[in-house]
Design a protein around this ligand. Structure first.
Ligand code: FAD
Length: 696
């Protein structure tokens, strides 16, 4: 009999943001001004657990819900009770506040142990069911880190479950397709990526839910190892509003104008317009290489940089170039003119900062390679490009860690892309990606060679592996970075640290994060943001074999079925026309997308290829090889036409490098309209035949 422990979180409602939710001075979102709701994917996870219980026909199975948060998080537990939960536990304590993912996963894992022992009376036949990620953090790190703490298998990105032969088989999203897997043992952690059948609350059950006692635990009840700010391994150093989209977001009112814009945009010679990517900042130089000891132009925050500029100017004015000459009299002179900018303690810290020249971390800059079927994932090459840049700044080498079986044929391409050393971990048990086996291999290599930076691609595989590896080796991790820079925080005694910038709260704010209490700095970076270097076939590199002892017990999942895109598709074409779920049917897709492709091909005299959203592929409108996006292919054509596509982040990641994005959607509030250059509100059935006529 399986039981279900569902994790639910109260989050700010980012779907209902009013103007007064933004700070007028800083432009950042004020979280406390947003309403609180249950995290949507957690509500789906709860419904999914209920569905699993129904599938197993086991009426005796219990659904327990656990939430960590302030006392008001009780509301989401009442929500769960009113739907299907039997028992709920609220973990609430001031000391738990301000936690990063490690200091969230750790207490939750301790609470799960306590639930298993005390509420489930030692029963180990249970699933921990979580939403894939929460809208405030968006990291997807907590569930794999809980699995790591509890030494459990973890099945991420689940979209379906079937109870067969007395066990569950789960369908889940993987890079390039989908997989059906089963856990080799219980308990198991699963993360739900999509389950669209919501639960409703009957009146009688709601009344019962409001009267039912919650179990409340504080920090002392669970005695977790990492809690709150002190237990965290990352800290946020800056929050700022996201930059304005470089897309035009212009509504076009008639089909004729849309046809003209398509032709003009194609003919325009500006190949870069609209393309997004990591913004370029000045190339970091180590303090020992700078013209002057007083040059602190690479501080991480504007305040630190400005304070050092003021201090440097004053020292130059006083004719001081030798830091050791700064005595109390000179300090008084500096404070007399700069006291409004920094106080005495800060001045002393800054002077100490001048003495530092060595980076805070030592070792290479590593990329963990992702590959499948003997082919390296494109995001790995992008990360190598970034790693090269970071390593050159830090005057160290680029390493790639590749775990698998028969991986050597892939190493040449990795070296040409900018790698110096390749760390190969080979074993038959690593032939197919298994989270725990690969985690063991990669974590073992990291803790042997200790690179200072480790980068993973923010693909479903990387977003699963990175949290497990970082948790295992005791390091902080920042997810889904869109910017990675080396900077100093001289005043805090840190030189050459990695600043990791990422979107948060559904992309409404940006946060810059740095690692603390860790031996290495780790991050996952979004595919399509970093730039791949042109391959240099003359580059040479070293292969280093690293042996890790693996046994069958290290493999946690049984892969039952795998569906990957196969076939030929020309995503190098200059124009790509994609259809989404809004195409309604395979016939519509066939007729409308093909008709528009043919007329654009004739009119523009160029290759035009068909693409699709994941939802369209899942509806069977076209083969998976045409899927564009995070788990499909990332493309960068001159023109991308999105028909009946809503604009989910996982889709838009794949078209970030497109010059012009054109969208047609019947919903005037479709999110894609805020991420494209030109859009027309209308149905594809009406618009496309007209557009074809106009083009012809
Ligand atoms: C781990 C993970 C990886 C993923 N990877 C990818 C990926 O690689 N690629 C990808 O695309 N998605 C991916 N997804 C799924 C993604 O989150 C979205 O669910 C998906 O992109 C939605 O596809 P869609 O826009 O076609 O469908 P929907 O979101 O359902 O949107 C359909 C749109 O069509 C419009 N519409 C309806 N009828 C009409 C009409 N008659 N005429 C015009 N418009 C109409 C609607 O207004 C709506 O905006 C991933 C999800 C996860 C969790």
């Amino acid at each position: 009999m399986s039981n279900y422990i569902v994790l639910v979180k109260q989050v700010p409602d980012v779907t209902q943001i009013t103007d007064n939710a933004f700070d007028p001075e800083s432009g950042t979102l004020i979280r406390s001004r947003l309403a609180s709701v249950i995290n949507e994917l957690d509500a789906q996870a709860l419904a999914f657990a209920n569905y699993m219980k129904w599938q197993s026909r086991d009426n005796g199975a219990k659904i327990l819900c656990l939430s960590m948060g302030p006392p008001m998080a009780e509301e989401v537990l009442r929500y769960a009770l009113s739907r299907c939960a039997d028992t709920v536990v609220l973990l609430t304590d001031k000391t738990l506040g301000g936690a990063d993912t490690v200091a969230t996963a750790n207490p939750l894992a301790y609470a799960i142990r306590k639930i298993a022992k005390e509420v489930l009376k030692g029963c180990s036949d249970y699933y921990v069911v979580c939403g894939m990620q929460s809208v405030d953090g968006d990291t997807a790190q907590v569930p794999p880190q809980i699995a790591e703490e509890l030494s459990l298998p973890c099945i991420a990105y689940v979209t379906g479950a079937e109870f067969k032969n007395n066990r569950f088989e789960f369908t889940r999203i993987i890079s390039g397709g989908s997989q059906v897997v089963a856990a080799k043992k219980l308990p198991t952690v699963i993360t739900v990526a999509k389950y669209e059948y919501p639960l409703f609350a009957p009146f009688a059950r709601t009344r019962w839910a409001n009267k039912t006692e919650l179990i409340r635990w504080g920090s002392n009840d669970i005695k977790a190892a990492y809690i709150g700010v002190p237990g965290s391994k990352t800290s946020v150093i800056r929050v700022f509003p996201p930059g304005k989209s470089s897309r035009k977001c212009r509504q076009v009112s008639d089909v004729k104008s849309l046809a003209n814009l398509l032709v003009e945009s194609f003919k325009s010679s500006d190949d870069q317009a609209g393309r997004s990517g990591e913004s370029q900042t000045a190339h970091y130089v180590l303090p020992s290489r700078r013209a002057s000891r007083l040059d602190r132009g690479f501080e991480g925050t504007r305040k630190e940089k400005e304070d050092y500029e003021i201090l440097g100017a004053k020292l130059r004015e006083l004719g001081i170039t030798d830091i050791s000459r700064i005595d109390d009299t000179i300090k008084e002179k500096i404070l007399a003119v700069a006291g409004e900018h920094f106080h005495k303690k800060a001045l002393e810290d800054m002077i100490d900062g001048f003495k530092l020249t060595e980076p805070a971390y030592k070792g290479e800059v590593w990329v963990v390679a992702e590959h499948s079927g003997g082919v390296v994932h494109p995001a790995t090459f992008e990360l190598i490009g970034k790693a090269r840049d970071l390593a050159d700044s830090l005057e160290t080498k680029v390493g790639v860690c590749i775990a698998g079986y028969n991986v050597e044929p892939m190493t040449k391409e990795l070296i040409y892309a900018g790698t110096d050393n390749i760390y190969i971990v080979e074993d038959k048990l690593l032939r197919v990606f298994d989270p725990t086996a690969h985690r063991k291999a990669v974590a073992d290599a990291i803790s042997t060679y200790w690179p200072q930076i480790v980068l993973f691609a923010a693909t479903p595989q990387g977003r699963m592996l990175a949290p497990m590896v970082s948790y295992r080796v005791g390091c902080g991790l920042t997810a889904d970075c869109t910017g990675l820079d080396i900077k100093d925080s001289s005043r805090k005694g840190q030189i050459g640290i990695l600043l990791q910038t990422r979107p948060a709260l559904g992309g409404n704010v940006m946060a810059t994060i740095c690692t603390k209490n860790s031996k290495a700095q780790m991050a996952t970076a979004r595919p399509g943001v970093m730039k791949r270097l042109s391959p240099d076939n003359l580059r040479t590199g070293k292969l280093i074999r690293h042996k890790v002892q693996l046994t069958e017990d290290d493999v946690s999942l049984q892969v039952i079925k795998m569906e990957l895109g196969t076939g030929q598709v020309n995503f190098g074409a200059k124009v790509i026309v994609s259809g989404g779920k809004g195409m309604q049917s395979r016939d519509n897709y066939e007729q409308l997308v093909s008709a528009l492709c043919n007329s654009l091909q004739k009119k523009l005299n160029t290759d035009v290829e068909r693409g699709a959203s994941r939802a369209a592929v899942e509806q069977g409108f076209i083969e998976r090889v045409h899927q564009v996006g995070q788990t499909g292919t990332s493309i960068g054509p001159k023109i991308y036409v999105a028909l009946g596509i809503s604009g989910a982040i996982q889709h838009m990641i794949g078209v970030a490098n497109t010059k012009t994005i054109v969208a047609v959607n019947s919903d005037p509030n479709a999110p894609i309209f805020k991420q494209c250059d030109y859009y027309l509100v209308g149905t594809v059935e009406d618009t496309i035949p007209q557009l074809v006529r106009e083009l012809e």
